[in-house]
Design a protein around this ligand. Structure first.
Ligand SMILES: O=P(O)(O)OC[C@H]1O[C@](O)(COP(=O)(O)O)[C@@H](O)[C@@H]1O
Length: 322
C-alpha cells in the first residue's frame, strides 16, 4: 500500500469532521451523522485506490452511502478493504460532549474482519501491557496484570468503560479491586486508542460496544503496538446466524489482533470532531476552521498528528451551516 495514501485519507476524515462539527450540541445526532457520511463519501471519490466498504453505515438496502460492498476511490491504486465510521459518537456531537471522531481504517483486501453490526465484548491496552491481558480472565486479574506491566498499583490504574447498565457487574468489580474508573457515555474507539497514549491517563478498556468499532480500534492499536481482544455477543438467533455466515462457528471464540486485522498493511486515520484527550475538535474562527487528526501505518508504526487550517470560503460544500 502506498505511503502517500495516508495523507489522502486524512482529507477524508477532515471533511467528515468539518461537516459534522457544525451540528455540535444541536441535539440532532442523525443530522450530524448524515453530514459526516456524505462529506466522507464525496472525498473518497478522489482517493487513488480500489476500495470496498466492509464496515460501513449498513447494508445496501438500509444505507444510501458508505454501505457494505460499496466501491470507493478512483478505481486506480491498491485494492483495499475499507472500514468507516464517519461519525463515531453521534450522541456525543448532539450533546457537545467529548471524543467524537471521524474515523476510517483500510487494509489489504481480505484482511479486515467483516464484523456484523452487533455487540462485542472488548478489552484493550496500550503497548506496555501487550500479551498480559486475557478477555476470559477476571476483571481483577486483568487489572493486576496491567498494574504489574506498567509498574504501578491497581489503585493507580485507570479503567475506561461505557456507562451502561449492562456493565454493572464489571464496574462493581473494578470498584471492589480499587481501580480508578472513567465512565464514558459514548465513544469506545477513542477510549481504546487512548490506552496507548500515557498522557490520556487511561490504561485499559473494558466492556462491550459495537463490533464494527472493535475492528476499527484494532487497526489503530495494531499501528500503535497495542492490543485488543474481542468476543462477539449475538443477542438473538438472527445475530447468531450472521456470525455463522461470517464463518465464525464458535461465537465464544476470542478474536485476537490477527483475527480482527490480518497482517500489517493497514492504515488508520481519525479527525477530532469534538475535543478529546487525544485530538482537539474542529474549531471555527470566521473564515477559517482548524482540524486535528492522527494517521498511522501498521507496517512502519509511524504515527503522525496533523493539524489542518481550512479556508471555509473555499470549501463551502463542506461546512454547511446547521
Ligand atoms: O450505545 P451502545 O448501544 O451501548 O453502543 C456502544 C457503541 O456506541 C458508541 O458509543 C457510539 O456509536 P454511534 O456513533 O454509532 O452512536 C460506540 O463508540 C460504541 O461502540
Amino acid at each position: 500500500m502506498e505511503r502517500s495514501l495516508s495523507m489522502e485519507l486524512i482529507r477524508v476524515t477532515e471533511a467528515a469532521a468539518l461537516s459534522s462539527a457544525r451540528w455540535m450540541g444541536r441535539g440532532e445526532k442523525d443530522s450530524a451523522d448524515g453530514a459526516a457520511t456524505s462529506a466522507m463519501r464525496d472525498v473518497f471519490d478522489t482517493v487513488p485506490m480500489k476500495g470496498t466498504v466492509v464496515i460501513g453505515e449498513g447494508e445496501m438496502d438500509e444505507a444510501p452511502m458508505l454501505y457494505i460492498g460499496e466501491k470507493l476511490g478512483t478505481g486506480y491504486g491498491p485494492r483495499v478493504d475499507v472500514a468507516v465510521d464517519p461519525l463515531e459518537g453521534t450522541s456525543i456531537v448532539a450533546s457537545g460532549g467529548w471524543n467524537a471522531l471521524a474515523v476510517l481504517a483500510i487494509a489489504d483486501h481480505g484482511n479486515l474482519l467483516h464484523a456484523p453490526d452487533m455487540y462485542m465484548d472488548k478489552i484493550a491496552v496500550g503497548p506496555a501491557a501487550v500479551g498480559k491481558i486475557d478477555i476470559n480472565a477476571s476483571v481483577t486479574d486483568n487489572l493486576k496484570a496491567v498494574a504489574e506491566a506498567k509498574n504501578k498499583e491497581i489503585e493507580d490504574v485507570v479503567a475506561v468503560i461505557l456507562n451502561r447498565p449492562r456493565h454493572e457487574k464489571i464496574i462493581a468489580e473494578l470498584r471492589e479491586a480499587g481501580a480508578r474508573i472513567k465512565l464514558i457515555d459514548d465513544g469506545d474507539v477513542a477510549a481504546a486508542i487512548n490506552t496507548a497514549f500515557d498522557h490520556t491517563g487511561v490504561d485499559i478498556l473494558f466492556g462491550s460496544g459495537g463490533a464494527p468499532e472493535g475492528v476499527i480500534a484494532a487497526v489503530a492499536l495494531k499501528c500503535l503496538g497495542g492490543e485488543i481482544q474481542g468476543k462477539l455477543l449475538p443477542q438473538n438467533d438472527e445475530e447468531l446466524q450472521r456470525c455463522h455466515k461470517m464463518g465464525i462457528v464458535d461465537v465464544n471464540a476470542v478474536l485476537r489482533m490477527e483475527d480482527l486485522v490480518r497482517g500489517d498493511d493497514a492504515i488508520f486515520a481519525a479527525t477530532g470532531v469534538t475535543d478529546g484527550e487525544l485530538l482537539r475538535g474542529v474549531q471555527f474562527r470566521g473564515t477559517n476552521a482548524t482540524t486535528h487528526s492522527v494517521v498511522m501505518r501498521a507496517k512502519s508504526g509511524t504515527v503522525r498528528f496533523i493539524d489542518g487550517q481550512h479556508n471555509i470560503k473555499k470549501k463551502p460544500n463542506l461546512v454547511i451551516k446547521a
